[in-house]
Design a protein around this ligand. Structure first.
Ligand code: AMP
Length: 189
């Protein structure tokens, strides 16, 4: 069976976005990225966007309340019934518990948490390159280090959380996009 409700986990720069884009075209499920939704809110100048902008630019996490709210709303949309690939959510244990509860209320459960493992210095180099290409404000070196620190303290504990739920699949995120993509597909089959 191919999993359809997936959480993609990994430090900033692990290649989550790239792998997510390839996976959803294979699996035919929506790609739900809270980072993309927040950037869209900033762009549109909504209330959420106004509250989130400074936090995002500094590399910190937007409050659980805001992020859980937008994730829940998105997960209740029709297209998420056939499954989803969550990218960048959950990022804290409170978010993981909220997701578990939301899915439980829908009589659904996560099929797997796919965690991309990468080497920290490789990540910094990758993100520096992305900042040159995309010009993301949160990709300068200082912010990158901050986002990695936040990942280690707030998000890395989710590996244990999902291991205890017996849904954790760890895949090396090192190598080319194609190499990692093949590992990811093999792991999901
Ligand atoms: P991303 O594109 O996933 O790297 O997200 C960019 C930024 O948006 C992060 O550095 C956070 O400031 C914010 N963000 C995205 N998703 C979350 C989340 N699940 N919880 C808290 N903040 C988030």
């Amino acid at each position: 069976m191919t999993a359809t409700r997936i959480v993609l986990l990994g430090p900033p720069g692990a290649g989550k976005g790239t792998q997510a884009t390839n996976l959803i075209s294979d699996l035919g499920i929506p790609h739900i990225s809270t980072g993309d939704m927040l950037r869209a809110a900033v762009e549109a100048g909504t209330e959420v966007g106004l509250q989130a902008k400074a936090v995002m630019d500094s590399g910190e996490l937007v409050s659980d309340e805001i992020v859980i709210g937008i994730a829940k709303e998105r997960l209740s949309e029709d297209d998420a019934k056939k499954g989803f690939l969550l990218d960048g959510f959950p990022r804290t244990l409170a978010q993981a518990s909220a997701l578990e509860k939301t899915l439980g209320d829908l009589d659904a459960a996560l099929d797997c948490c796919l965690a991309l493992a990468v080497d920290n210095e490789a990540v910094v180099a990758r993100l520096r390159k992305r900042s040159e290409i995309e010009g993301r404000v949160d990709d300068n070196e200082e912010t990158i280090r901050e986002r990695m620190r936040v990942y280690d303290s707030e998000t890395a504990p989710l590996l244990e959380f999902y291991r205890s739920r017996r849904v954790l699949i760890e895949v090396s995120g090192m190598g080319t996009i194609e190499e990692v993509g093949k590992r990811v597909r093999d792991a999901l089959d």
